[in-house]
Design a protein around this ligand. Sequence first.
Ligand code: BYC
Length: 307
Amino acid sequence: MESVIVSSDFQSKIDQDANIEPKDSMPDAYREHLIRQISQHAHSEVIGMQPEGNWITRAPSLRAKQILLAKIQDEGGHGLYLYSAAETLGISRDEMIRQLHSGKAKYSNIFNYPALTWADIGAIGWLVDGAAIVNQVSLQRTSYGPYARAMVRICKEESFHQRQGYEIMTKMMNGTEAQKQMAQDAMNRWWWPSLMMFGPHDSDSPHSGNAFTWKIKRKSNDELRQKFIDKTVQQAEVIGLTIPDPELRWNETKQMYDHGEINWEEFKRVINGNGPCNRQRMEHHMHVHAEGAWVREAAEAYAKQQH
Ligand code: BYC
């Protein structure tokens, strides 16, 4: 009897577009769905610090180094808000990290590619943060309160990240022939993995059904991907970059770009642990997590003393 009351209360909040808050009743499946998504989102933010961290010591100017440092620090902060949001659902931080290390929890496909040149830092900011913003603006209206609120601040910071990436690309496209080639090469390598960030086609997305019923998702994977393509193609044109997709063309009837098919075999390979850098990313995370054990112990000892 009680579970009926609980679920109708939950559903009426969802129907009224009210936020679900940590102490509200919610179906177990809603809780599990959110723990999966929010923890994977948090892991992505933290693992995403690695490809960029690779360039801090080699940034081409002090200004560029300061900006990159600030950006990477922001990503760490995003991870922390998101881990905290997931903790309100009853999972511990330790358990989330265990799930990451065991491979149970995924993180975004995109961070399993290497950042080979400085132009890659531009491409990551412009394309990767650009794709993340499109997804996360929509998540500001997700039904779980702590997740929605975390998104508001994250989106503001991501928009600065997107601009710093575009500035790097613009500078390189105004530079020497070698710099232009470097920027185009980064574009060629990051374009398709960025499109994969939005997840499988709607017809192949097992979690989308519940995500829409519970208003966790407001826009579908394909809708958001299309939005990203439509706004990014114009930005590429302005600075003279070519999108590496021979099938890309404006569709006058639909008022959107038609594009080529994503390599879904590559997507599956990468998200299942076999991309170019998966092992390296995970080994590095495990190593620094172990090295940081004393910090966690000290923080816990201090917290105990305060009580
Ligand atoms: N990568 O049914 P689906 C950042 C998995 S970081 C890996 O469509 P859903 C930044 C999916 O998890 C921002 N896996 O799932 C940081 C599921 O597998 P499981 C990252 C993916 O959840 C540092 C299966 O495929 N943003 O901006 O309805 C530096 C079926 O998918 C991916 C977020 O995390 C993928 N791309 O929709 C710079 C956004 N796509 O869990 C920048 C939050 C799908 O059953 N997440 N999978 O094992 C979401 O919005 C949704 O979870 C997704 C997928 C749209 C990604």
